[in-house]
Ligand binder design. Structure first.
Ligand code: TRP
Length: 442
């Protein structure tokens, strides 16, 4: 059991962690939340949270993972604080819920890829989306996505994850840059850029209460934080690696790709005269399919876009499987293959309601991201800030030379800034969620 695999190469770890971070969160969820929450004002709050909360919490997960060499639940026992297992468990539940509907959205993407190469999305992009998103198709393609992920994970860490990530992440970047360049030539580009990139301070202040939960949830979601993924990935890295540097690369890459996705999505929306943020979870699919349908060479371009989205979704999906597979194989005497297949079957069933009704998708999404991830981040930062600070600082110092200044800033942030921001966020999120449930189900 102590014979754990390690990453074959440094770049392998970074690309796999970045592959987990970069996914539907950047390209589907980030633009639609930005559109729903007012554009540039949301962007500013989101960026502040990525730097001020996301980076410190990512380092927390890296430190816990490398120090313990364990899955997120076993890790706390290894570190001598079994009571904190609860923090790992909250994250594991969040990851479970997220993955169940992530696979449903992954199934939508497969349907768009197929449609792109076989005659397009029909005359009415909205009707096409609705037929894609719920019902028998949605369930069948959810199953296909899940089966693909389980198959790849069953092959094992080096063969499966590392090779896939080495190819997939750079591909995503190249394709997005191309599409953003194309978007810049469209008529709506000017209006799109000012909506997306020119923040207005009074809007930020006025809407802070509604922006904060959405922006914080997104920051955690997109960086794959609060669900044990980064703990698991870091449990496979050696002590000679510089965690700070690796975290920096991953955050910059993830954020750059989200920003780039906005640069792709908004010019297309504005050119078609579509309000950003109309249509919730479907808005990216509806607006882009509508745009691709009308543009010269559009469905081919659409095929490229959705294929790229599928690739990004797959690398994120691998990461969550890896958490569960590592937990089960660390804890019980079971092999990777049956574990991966069994988990796929369970997640498939849990995701079915979200493939039948988009209201369930929202209900899963908001609960997992805006509540559970925030709670998990809050617990993790308190654990490292107040319970495990000395050891954590020592762990962060490995693999680099340091005068201790960065560690001091990190610790202060974890003790005060992160818990205060996340406690406020959590209170707002719970209030919003109760409102959402009353509106949608009662
Ligand atoms: N970080 C991923 C993205 O941006 C999303 C993600 C986070 C995820 N946690 C996950 C996907 C768990 C599947 C399972 O798309």
């Amino acid at each position: 059991m102590d014979e754990r695999a390690t990453w074959a190469t440094r770049i392998g770890f970074i690309l796999a962690a970045a592959g987990s971070a970069v996914g539907l969160g950047n390209i589907w969820r980030f633009p639609f939340l930005t559109g729903e929450s007012g554009g540039a004002a949301f962007l500013v709050v989101y960026l502040l949270l990525v730097v001020g909360v996301g980076v410190p919490v990512l380092l927390v997960e890296f430190v816990i993972g490398r120090r313990s060499n364990r899955n997120p639940i076993g890790a706390f026992e290894r570190l001598g604080h079994p009571g904190w297992k609860a923090a790992g468990a909250v994250g594991a539940i969040a990851a479970f819920i997220i993955f169940s509907y992530y696979s449903v959205v992954g199934g939508w993407v497969i349907q768009y890829v197929v449609a792109s190469f076989t005659g397009g999305y029909g005359a009415d992009a909205e009707a096409f989306f609705l037929s894609t998103a719920s019902g028998t198709n949605a369930i069948a393609y959810h199953g296909l996505f899940m089966a693909t992920v389980a198959g790849i994970v069953a092959l094992g860490i080096r063969n499966g994850l590392e090779k896939a990530a080495t190819v997939m992440v750079p591909t995503v970047v190249v394709l997005l840059v191309g599409l953003a360049g194309y978007g810049a030539t469209l008529d709506g580009a000017g209006a799109a850029y000012s909506y997306y990139l020119a923040p207005d301070l009074s809007t930020i202040v006025g809407d802070a209460v509604s922006i904060l939960p959405a922006a914080a949830g997104q920051a955690f979601y997109t960086l794959s934080l609060g669900m044990g993924i980064m703990i698991t990935y870091a449990s496979y890295i050696g002590e000679d690696r510089n965690l700070l540097q690796d975290a920096g690369i991953i955050v910059v890459l993830d954020t750059a790709i989200a920003l780039l996705a906005g640069l792709v999505v908004f010019p297309f929306l504005f050119t078609q005269g579509i309000e950003p943020g109309e249509g919730g979870a479907g808005s990216i699919f509806i607006s882009l399919a509508g745009a691709f349908q009308q543009l010269p060479g559009g469905t081919l371009l659409g095929g490229v876009f959705f294929l790229m989205l599928l690739v990004a979704a797959l690398t994120s999906a691998f990461s969550i499987f890896e958490v569960v597979v590592s937990y089960v194989t660390d804890t019980f005497d079971v092999d990777r293959v049956p574990t991966a297949l069994g988990m796929a079957a369970v997640l498939f069933v849990v995701g079915i309601p979200t493939a039948l009704d988009l209201t369930y998708l929202d209900a899963y999404d908001l609960f997992a991201n805006n509540i559970l991830l925030i709670l998990s981040g809050l617990l993790l930062s308190i654990f490292i800030g107040w319970v495990y600070a000395g050891e954590a600082i020592e762990e962060l110092g490995k693999g680099r030379t340091s005068d201790g200044r960065i560690e001091a800033v990190w610790l202060t942030t974890l003790r005060y800034v992160v818990p205060i921001v996340l406690a406020i966020t959590l209170a707002l999120s719970v209030r919003d969620y109760i409102g959402f449930l009353q509106e949608s189900f009662f």
